[in-house]
Design a protein around this ligand. Structure first.
Ligand code: AGP
Length: 614
């Protein structure tokens, strides 16, 4: 997934506004970046690496531009190189284009364009766009760039958000089709317009925004009274429905924190409060506001998600059991969408997503919608594609999650899912238990932060090892999966999450002094003793263990631990909320391990915050 931006403003601000916008969207992809500005000619500056490196390249350039576009890339087609970085231009460099998405028929278009005499400089799918616009511009030969732009779009197959400029046009041309998001932002005085992949790029300049829909084209120009015009591919004007852009700059800055990830870990007491809000007190509002007209007899809840969000769904599987009479299935969206799933109209299908833009999750949700299921969303990003497709559901209101490794979104997703169980089962005992649990949850999360130094110390002691097992049973199995994902995606060490009971069926072969096993062991339930046995199986093979537990004494009495083992004691809470407590030491363990290894925890290599491509 990439971040794209276009700016049409004043006072020669284009370079600074675009660089700042790219910095705010850098979490969307950061292997290379580039900008283009329109004045007498098109000036293009690109760079492999981060925005700050691109900024250095631009320092010597006079701030005279009012129109410009920019792009920060997560490579899909073509290796990471300066040539393959966006913007891409036509051969005589009169047109520059930035693009987020995939042009599925790029090979065929490239072949056709080459036969028409076009030469390509890059390996990207995107480069067909400026050449195609150029072809239509010259073929039409009437100087109508908008028509050339639209004619070119009609030949593209795939998902795209495109922003284009032409050297002779004091305009910016934008279009959205498929799962690539694009928002239009307008300043209060309407003399500064920004179009960008993410609302974060609008904050601070734009007072109002509009989320563009599929098949919409925006032309930004001072010729229009409001500064822009929105139309469809046939030229019919589309009404704008602008809404306020939050002014919350603090939410998108690190404040006193070194990294967004640490800030977002520490925000969790508050984000849990926000996720829960009054929902548990007023479950009836869920039926009215969030899931209206829900069929009465729900026998199956299908949760569609990827990565961390799928782990939250796996936690929910353990919330629903024979007592609730509802089958809960957490489905990996990229598998679900292709396995021709058996679906029934009274299936309740919910997409779980922080970004609300994950292509596989969006596609899986659309499949369920086509099959006539009742669909919903549990999403953090307001107005995102998944939220719009679901058209109903629950927002996390966790605030922007900038760190690529998801933390606060996961715990808010779990909290909302425990409330969903209360809503679907209407079990008074469970509701009371949950209310009591939520009342103490934020303070218990704060208690975990009191042992942060211990976790940091453990992180430094284990950071030399190359491979790790994360193990748990029952509701702690998805926590083990999540702990392993956090660890691997920011330390780049091999970390495998596994059901503790499955260890003896193979993974135990990995156990040695160089392979620490991280166990999650909480709650006095039928899994507790079995997990203790698994810990002993590791110890009897001279393995090292780190145990996240809510009962340190019980562990000590067991007597199987040695001085190379570590116990991270966390507060006890009801089982349904224990994943929220138990995951936090694992988030911190991953964070401090990666910091000790010197990695960029907010922008891990090869990753992007939201994968809007398949
Ligand atoms: C989590 O740390 C990862 N960044 C990744 O697995 C992420 O959870 C996944 O891509 C799903 O993203 P979403 O929640 O925005 O849909």
């Amino acid at each position: 997934m990439c971040g794209i931006i276009g700016y049409y403003g004043k006072d020669g601000k284009a370079i600074d506004v675009i660089l700042n916008g790219l910095k705010r969207m850098e979490y969307r992809g950061y292997d290379s970046a580039g900008v283009a500005f329109s004045d007498e000619n098109i000036l293009v500056v690109k760079n492999v690496g981060r925005i700050k490196d691109l900024e250095s390249k631009l320092n010597g350039i006079e701030r005279i531009f009012d129109i410009g576009i920019g792009h920060t890339r997560w490579a899909t087609h073509g290796k990471v190189s300066e040539e393959n970085a966006h913007p891409h231009t036509n051969m005589d460099e009169t047109i520059a284009v930035v693009h987020n998405g995939i042009i599925e028929n790029h090979a065929e278009l490239r072949k056709q364009l080459k036969e028409k005499g076009y030469n390509f400089k890059t390996e990207t799918d995107t480069e067909v766009i400026p050449h195609l616009i150029d072809f239509h511009y010259k073929k039409n030969n009437d100087g109508d760039f908008k028509k050339a732009f639209t004619d070119a779009l009609k030949e593209l197959i795939g998902a795209y958000a495109i922003v284009a400029i032409h050297k002779d046009e004091n305009r910016i041309y934008c279009a959205k089709f498929g799962s690539s998001p694009l928002r239009l932002g307008v300043s209060k005085s309407k003399d500064e317009i920004i179009v960008a992949s993410d609302r974060l790029a609008l904050i601070g300049i734009c007072e109002e925004e509009q989320i563009l829909e599929n098949g919409e084209i925006v032309v930004i120009s001072k010729d229009y009274e409001k500064g822009y015009n929105i139309e469809d591919f046939e030229g019919f004007e589309i009404e704008d429905i602008l809404r306020k852009v939050p002014k919350d700059i603090e939410a998108i800055t690190k404040g006193e924190y070194e990294d967004f990830m640490l800030k977002e870990i520490r925000e969790q007491p508050n984000t849990i409060r926000t996720a829960v809000g009054g929902r548990i007190e007023h479950l009836e509002t869920l039926a009215i506001d969030n899931f209206p007209d829900l069929p009465r007899e729900i026998s199956r809840l299908i949760l569609l998600a990827c990565g961390t969000s799928w782990h939250a769904g796996k936690v929910a599987e353990y919330l629903f059991d024979e007592k609730t009479g509802i089958v809960c299935q957490a489905e990996i969206a990229s598998e679900f969408r292709y396995k021709r799933p058996v679906l029934f109209p009274n299936d309740f299908v919910i997409a779980i997503s922080q970004s609300g833009e994950t292509a596989d999750t969006l596609a899986a949700l659309k499949l369920a919608k086509e099959k006539g299921c009742y669909i919903g969303g549990i999403v953090n990003s307001v107005g995102s594609s998944i939220a719009q497709t679901a058209a109903k559901g629950v927002y996390l209101h966790a605030g922007p999650e900038i760190g690529v490794a998801s933390t606060k979104a996961f715990t808010s997703q779990v909290a909302v899912l425990t409330i969903l169980k209360a809503f679907l089962t209407n079990d008074d005992n469970y509701i009371k238990k949950l209310k009591d649990g939520f009342s103490e949850l934020p303070s218990k999360i704060e208690e975990v932060f009191k042992i942060e130094e211990q976790i940091k110390d453990i992180a430094e002691r284990i950071s030399g090892f190359e491979r790790f097992l994360f193990l748990g049973r029952g509701i702690n199995y998805p926590v083990a999966l999540e702990g392993a994902l956090k660890f691997k995606e920011i330390t780049y060490r091999l970390a495998e999450g596994y059901p503790a009971g499955e260890m003896k069926h193979g993974p135990i072969a990995l156990i040695d002094r160089e392979t620490p096993s991280i166990f999650i062991l909480s709650g006095k339930n039928e899994y507790y003793e079995k997990t203790m046995s698994n810990i002993q199986e590791v110890k009897s093979r001279d393995g090292r263990v780190i145990i996240v537990t809510d009962d340190k004494e019980a562990l000590r009495k067991n007597g199987c631990l040695t001085k190379t083992d570590f116990i991270i004691e966390v507060p006890r809470i009801i089982e349904e909320l224990s994943p929220i407590i138990n995951v936090i030491p694992l988030q911190l363990l991953a964070y401090y391990s990666a910091k000790f290894l010197g990695w960029d925890v907010d922008k891990p290599r090869n990753l992007a915050k939201s994968v809007t491509v398949e």
